[in-house]
Design a protein around this ligand. Sequence first.
Ligand code: PLP
Length: 354
Amino acid sequence: MIDAFEIQVTKVGESKLKNLSLENLPFGRFFTDHMLEAEYENGEWKLAEIKPYQPLLLDPSLAALHYGQAIFEGIKAYKTDAGEPFIFRPYDNYRRFNRSAARMNMPEVPEEIFIEGMRQLINIDSNWIPAKPDHSLYIRPFMFATDTMLGVKPSETYKFLIILSPTGPYYAQPMKIAVEEKYTRAAPGGVGFAKNAGNYGGSLIAATEAKKLGYDQVLWTDPFEHKWLQEVGMMNVFFVIDNVAVTPSLEEGTILEGVTRDTVITLLKEMGVKVEERRISVDELVEAHKAGKVSEIFGTGTAAVISPIKELKYQDYVMEFDTDKVTTAPEVKRRLTAIREGKAEDTYNWIFKI
Ligand SMILES: *Cc1c(COP(=O)(O)O)cnc(C)c1O
């Protein structure tokens, strides 16, 4: 690891952990003792520092608040049975973060800050990684524009931060999903492949309206015909049709390139399941379902890992799945958990020891 970049460390006097049990914490509500903060100015990253978790003091004219140059990542750290902390596939998130940065006209964050800073931060707060099954430490790196003037242009200054949140098991309740036909999340040439804040702000209304009708989330479709399937909320989606796992392809740049998606594709292939990354239309899916060929549908993402779908609605047609009887998603999950818990070999180098 390059250590040309020295990270300054200021530690808390007393840990908040004294008053908190790490069992069954809700997702994203509690934060560890420390955070990392780095600043970009005059074309370069200045000294990064790890310091006590604290509020930021921001100018009301802050560019990110007005024009949305803001991106983030989501990663998880765990402890092995022997108590050793590790991060799951951080380099994949690091590369994706910089792809998001490039698309949003923001500077790249160097590895010495993103990876090495994350490693040091987690090392300092390693007592915060829950050691219970299915518990984890959620890692949230993010960057936003900090110029303070109201002209619309790429900011010249930025802040990059990493905060850490211990979480309990995210019980992946089987989901009810509706195919979205009114709103659009992403179009070719747009920012659908980037993890930028505005994608989420723009998509909330669709989920809110779906919830009123009893659905948990929407399955996004293309902006022109509302027919080509994209992804679900903050998850990629897999359809098992005739024993082939079909997942929408990434070529058009309208889908987030999920690290979990890639993990699942790799494990499906290991299981001998044929995987097809390609365009798939809702008509194809409905026809296959009518012919009894669709055995299961599931979503994949860092937060819940794998979430089974029990109901998918398209107009008046409802597809139902008995998620207690599906076999593909549980087997993928079993293999992934075995690698994470050190019970299966880490053949693909997914485990980054701290
Ligand atoms: C983060 C995200 C995913 C899942 O990506 P992972 O790397 O698997 O966590 C899928 N879709 C969207 C829109 C996302 O923001």
